[in-house]
Design a protein. Structure first.
Length: 125
């Protein structure tokens, strides 16, 4: 019964070692063989590597976030300029509409006078 357990432990170790790169395996062997503090050094090494990886990921995340925010800021500036352009367009159309309103009123008054003159001429005949 003890041999089955030992072989399963060995199988697990072989599988784990198979997934590690050669540099890590060499480091593990050297630390385990050279010193009783090898395990502690191994843990410390792994923690340092993890911290470096986390720092790289954080730096990449910050860079990506900065790019996204810059792009968003540019888009918001464009949107703001579109809004300002639309406001100017509305003001221009308002001026045109006011001018057109005056033209319609003048034309209506002229047509009314013309109609009155025609009616007067027709009555006096």
């Amino acid at each position: 019964m003890g041999t089955g357990m030992e072989s399963s432990v060995i199988t697990v170790l072989v599988n784990v070692l198979d997934k590690l790169d050669p540099g890590t395996i060499s480091t593990l062997m050297a630390l385990t063989i050279l010193s009783p503090f090898g395990v502690l050094l191994l843990v410390a090494t792994m923690m340092i590597r993890s911290e470096h990886r986390n720092a790289e990921l954080l730096r990449a995340y910050r860079d990506d976030t900065k790019k996204i925010l810059e792009s968003y800021g540019k888009d918001m500036q464009k949107l703001s300029s579109y809004y300002k352009d639309n406001v100017e367009l509305v003001h221009s159309w308002r001026r045109i509409a006011e001018g057109f309103q005056q033209t319609v009123v003048l034309n209506t008054a002229t047509m009314q006078r013309t109609n009155d003159m025609i009616e007067t001429v027709l009555r006096n005949k």
